[in-house]
Design a protein around this ligand. Structure first.
Ligand code: GLN
Length: 283
């Protein structure tokens, strides 16, 4: 017979041996998933014995985490901008840095009636967070992955904004006639990891997250170049782009935007003082 406390300790030791950071937090999250409870319940019930079924369920999840599958995929959801999102292996796990991108757009245009294009929507985290917080916005969210779009629409429905977002399967490297002259804001957290950096990523990302969401299989800048070049076609009149940046890309992306005629280029740092968001305007 194993109690909650013993199960946490054993799982956490196992994960630590496997080289998992924050092994105790991981063990607790997995046990919460099995018991359908929150952390407080665990702490208040350390002596509660687990059933044989709960133990075997936990053992399976701990084994998956031990083989480096991200805890968010195992649990199946993640919080982003105070909202709940389902995630699976077909989408990038939303990151806290991306909340800074969402915040920048909301701060600039919260009360405006604007038409926003979210390029590479993945789980729909950016599109949904904008729809929920910008009551007058109309949002189009595109992705090349049909599986991602399916999950993104489920996330929109769960957050009660499915009617505010138009999901389209599209590839911005093709003609995209359905997107021409429709928008005043473009947002993207593009796949900005270069081919070289990709090969040295930790296994959680390299093996489990979709490669097409992480890397452009090139120098990491292709999406910034492409969007900067086609932005004029996508904007109806004036327009503004907001991008998330990879560490160390600020200077290059600044150059790409200014070469393509963007003005008032502005950057925002993340919690680690890395230039993380860049925006620029077209008049
Ligand atoms: N828009 C999603 C996010 O910011 C997915 C981005 C991506 O797949 N590169 O998390």
């Amino acid at each position: 017979m194993l109690t909650i406390l013993e199960a946490i300790n054993l799982s956490s030791e196992y994960l630590e041996k496997k080289g998992i950071e924050e092994s105790k937090r991981n063990a607790e999250l997995l046990l919460c998933r099995i018991l359908g409870c929150d952390k407080l319940y665990l702490y208040l019930n350390f002596e509660r014995p687990l059933t044989a079924e709960e133990i075997s369920g936990l053992r399976e999840l701990v084994r998956r985490r031990g083989s480096r599958e991200p805890v968010q995929y195992i649990i199946g959801n993640v919080e982003f901008y105070g909202l709940e999102f389902k995630v699976n292996g077909s989408v990038l796990i939303p990151r806290p840095e991306t909340e800074i991108l969402v915040e920048a757009v909301i701060n600039d245009s919260k009360e405006k009636k604007c038409r926003i294009l979210d390029i590479g929507t993945g789980s729909g985290n950016i599109a949904v967070a904008l729809a929920v917080n910008m009551p007058y916005s109309e949002i189009t969210a595109i992705d090349i992955s049909a599986e991602a779009l399916l999950l993104a629409s489920e996330n929109a429905a769960a957050n009660k904004c499915l009617d505010r977002i138009n999901f389209i399967e599209a590839d911005i490297f093709t003609e995209c006639s359905e997107l021409i002259k429709k928008f005043d804001i473009i947002v993207a957290n593009p796949p900005y990891i270069s081919e070289m950096e990709f090969s040295i990523l930790q296994p959680e990302l390299r093996i489990y997250e979709p490669k097409s969401a992480l890397s452009d299989n090139s120098d990491g800048l292709s999406f910034y170049r492409r969007i900067a070049v086609i932005a004029d076609k996508l904007f109806e009149g004036k327009g503004k782009v907001y991008f998330e940046l990879g560490a160390g890309q600020a200077e290059e992306v600044y150059r790409i935007l200014s070469l393509n005629g963007f003005l008032n280029i502005n950057m925002v740092k993340d919690y680690q003082h890395i230039q993380r968001i860049i925006s620029g305007e077209k008049n």
